[in-house]
Design a binder for this molecule. Structure first.
Ligand code: GLU
Length: 495
């Protein structure tokens, strides 16, 4: 049986380095075993999935040199490769489970579910569905469905016994069925949940090995039960350790840039980032820490991956990237890279209109918009705190700017302006007390092109990194304070 592996990212945000890291392992495993590496788009979360994120994801993975053999853009024999285009398949399999008595239609309204949860909270019980509809006769359920009553399909979890996951790296992991809820498989809008879709797709796409992040371990018993109920052979599972911040916490965008796009925009080279991901998680034998993808793949052995977790160290990545620039690129090749990056008509053409009114001579252009090309900018505390305000207030304001920008969708100048106005209203600070410090954080200079346009062009990932750097200059924000502030921000009230 030939090896088939996949990644199954959800297009719900900027493409994450964690996705590249999982993709790298899958690709290496496929190449080592002469198999196929598949890209499937899990876009069943209608509210959060966006086609532009999918586009972005494909571009970012290609930029890194992680090429898939089958996928939504290149096709293949098991398409479509986008879950939203496979709905009839999930509906058919859900019905099959219901008819076999392994799943059931549930008509409980969101309101009833909320009441059940409220009661469980009151009695300090664990929260979950009370299986109210589990024993409804199918004929009655079908009749209610035909009358148009809203419903979901739920999996009948066994009430006792154990599920055992055999993981390549972790051995046997046991789960008590009695602790598991009757999972929704098909939602009331006819879309599958992750659990049904992943099993149906992995099976119908002939996936032999599932190599994914450890955050999915707890979903595995539901998946294994589905395989059993369908009478299918499950794939071999490997759950990889998470990427970590240097302090050992889970890598998150609040600490380290996590978007592949950040690294591209900040001027890192794709092969260097890929080399770094490989080095961090599976250093090959020998002294040299710089190697190509084929060299890495040659040594790759999935069973030998350490469970320690992989610490993402920006300084080390920077050191490695510098070696790629110096050792691998001739002056001509470097010029080519610079042009591909930002020194091209497309990007410069976006900057010129912003700078048009802000130049006396052509010689003013580059110095005044250099911040668009910089990996980092320097700013000092003085420029980040409005007169008569405290540094700790300014940090909090910057934090809310960041949250507001994260919600500025679809990304562009006007949503950016709206986000920043929202911050000024929240704090009842005059808008210039928000834009002034933000200007310094983003540009590291006192004069420059218009702020909203600049943030829009710079993009969320680089803007986030600069705002976080500015917050550090001001002494940072403790986790506790950030959590309190987030609550107030979400409630839209200063408290
Ligand atoms: N959609 C999941 C993700 O975003 C896929 C998890 C899996 O590989 O099963 O990572």
């Amino acid at each position: 049986m030939s090896v088939r592996v996949r990644i199954a990212p959800s297009p719900t945000g900027s493409p994450h380095v964690g996705t590249a890291y999982i993709a790298l392992f899958n690709l290496a495993f496929a190449r080592r075993h002469g198999g196929k590496f598949i890209l499937r788009i899990e876009d069943t979360d209608q509210a959060r999935s966006r086609p532009e994120y999918e586009q972005h994801l494909l571009q970012s993975l290609s930029w890194l040199g992680l090429q898939w053999d089958e996928g939504p853009d290149v096709g293949g024999s098991c398409g479509p490769y986008r879950q939203s285009e496979r709905l009839p398949l999930y509906q058919q399999y859900a019905r099959q489970l219901v008819e076999a008595g392994h799943a059931y239609y549930c008509f409980c309204t969101p309101q009833r579910l909320e009441e059940v949860r409220a009661e469980q909270r009151k009695l300090k019980l664990s929260l979950g569905y009370d299986r109210h509809c589990r024993d409804l006769p199918l004929a009655e359920a079908d009749q209610r469905r035909q009358q148009g009553e809203a419903h979901v399909v739920r999996l009948k979890m066994p009430l006792e016994g154990k599920s055992v996951l055999q993981d390549t790296l972790r051995g046997a992991i046991e789960f008590e069925y009695s602790l598991l809820d009757d999972q929704v498989l098909l939602k009331s809008d006819g879309f599958p949940t992750y659990h049904l879709a992943v099993v149906v797709d992995d099976h119908t796409m002939g996936i032999t090995h599932v190599i994914r992040g450890e955050e999915w371990i707890n979903s595995s018993p539901k998946h294994l039960l589905l395989y059993e109920r369908f009478g299918w052979t499950p794939p071999v599972y490997t759950h990889l350790p998470l990427l970590l911040n240097p302090d050992g916490s889970k890598m998150s965008k609040r600490r380290n840039p996590t978007s592949i796009d950040y690294y591209r925009r900040a001027g890192y080279l794709g092969p260097a980032l890929l080399n770094y991901l490989g080095l961090m998680s599976f250093p090959p034998p020998g002294e040299d820490e710089k190697f190509s993808l084929p060299q890495w793949v040659d040594h790759f052995d999935l069973a030998k991956v350490s469970l320690g977790g992989s610490v993402f160290d920006l300084d080390k990545l920077l050191w490695l990237n510098a070696r790629y620039v110096r050792e691998d690129l001739s002056a001509d090749a470097l010029l080519g890279e610079l042009k591909k990056w930002l020194l091209n008509d497309e990007h410069l053409g976006q900057l010129v209109p912003l700078m048009h009114e802000r130049m006396e001579t052509l010689g003013d252009f580059l110095p005044r918009c250099a911040f668009f090309f910089a990996r980092k900018v320097e700013c000092n505390a003085e420029d980040l705190v409005p007169k008569k305000r405290e540094a700790q207030e300014a940090v909090q304001v910057l934090q809310t700017v960041l949250w507001a920008l994260e919600g500025a969708l679809p990304w562009g100048r006007d949503p950016v302006e709206e986000a920043i106005r929202k911050v000024s209203e929240f704090w009842t600070w005059p808008i210039r007390e928000v834009t002034g410090p933000l200007f310094a954080a983003i540009m590291g200079q006192k004069v420059g092109p218009p702020l909203f346009e600049s943030i829009a062009l710079l993009g969320l990932d680089l803007s986030r990194a600069r705002i976080l750097d500015a917050m550090t200059v001001l002494g940072g924000l403790s986790k506790k304070k950030a959590a309190e502030l987030e609550e107030r921000w979400k409630a839209g009230k200063q408290g």
